[in-house]
Design a binder for this molecule. Structure first.
Ligand code: ZN
Length: 223
């Protein structure tokens, strides 16, 4: 197998996911934009809804390419970068959690059905699986999209909030966990995470926080 892999690498030597330089999955220069540190942001809508988000990587064009390579091009090394960043964020979210709160489920933000069909998988759920195994916490998937939403690119928070309002439904036959952590690949305004938390709270599920691999507006914590 080792010989086969070496042969394979000789025929198809790895290229940098971001800049396509030959040699490594992320070259030394691009790797500088994909380094895990603990970041914490608070997303909120009014006084009613707020959520603490723990993330690992600061958004950059390189980080965006890694996310896309995993999500849309199914590049295995990109999968590993993203799932490692999610595991790292979950580990840091646990560190910041009050002692009396025990997370009993991980809830990935689902892709739209058409996207999941095209990719052949629920991306965030797949990216969360290594963390679920490491921490012994089950992944549950009670959320689904209730309708098609507008592409969020370029929308500010209030527009996203309105665009997403009522966009998720929560399966009623789910056995309600006590404390859940939401998982997504990227947080920008936080509107998606807040809407998911809102829908889950109406279904009796307590979302105690969220984690993402990448964050657009980070506040760094001590390592
Ligand atoms: Zn590179």
């Amino acid at each position: 197998m080792k010989i086969f892999n070496s042969l394979n690498e000789l025929i198809f030597p790895p290229r940098c996911i971001s800049c396509r330089e030959l040699g490594q999955s992320l070259c030394i220069s691009c790797r500088k934009s994909w380094v895990c540190h603990p970041y914490r942001s608070n997303v909120r809508h009014g006084k009613e809804f707020s959520l603490s988000v723990t993330s690992s990587i600061v958004y950059s064009p390189i980080a965006q390419k890694v996310l896309l390579a995993a999500k849309e091009s199914d590049i295995k090394m990109a999968d590993i970068f993203v799932s490692d960043a999610i595991t790292y964020a979950i580990r840091n979210a646990f560190k910041e959690m009050p002692r009396d709160i025990l997370i009993d489920s991980l809830i990935p933000i689902p892709s739209r059905k058409s996207a999941a069909r095209k990719r052949g998988r629920q991306f965030i759920s797949d990216m969360t699986a290594p963390a679920a195994a490491e921490f012994g916490i089950p992944i549950i998937s009670p959320i689904s999209h209730s309708r098609v939403v507008r592409d969020q690119t370029g929308l500010h928070f209030e527009q996203r909030w309105n665009n997403l309002h009522g966009a998720f439904v929560v399966a009623s036959n789910v056995e309600n966990p006590h404390y859940a952590l939401l998982v997504d690949d990227l947080v920008t305004t936080g509107a998606t995470l807040l809407e998911a938390a809102r829908a889950l709270s109406y279904a009796g599920i307590t979302v105690v926080g969220a984690v993402t691999a990448v964050v657009a507006q980070p506040v760094r914590l001590r390592d």
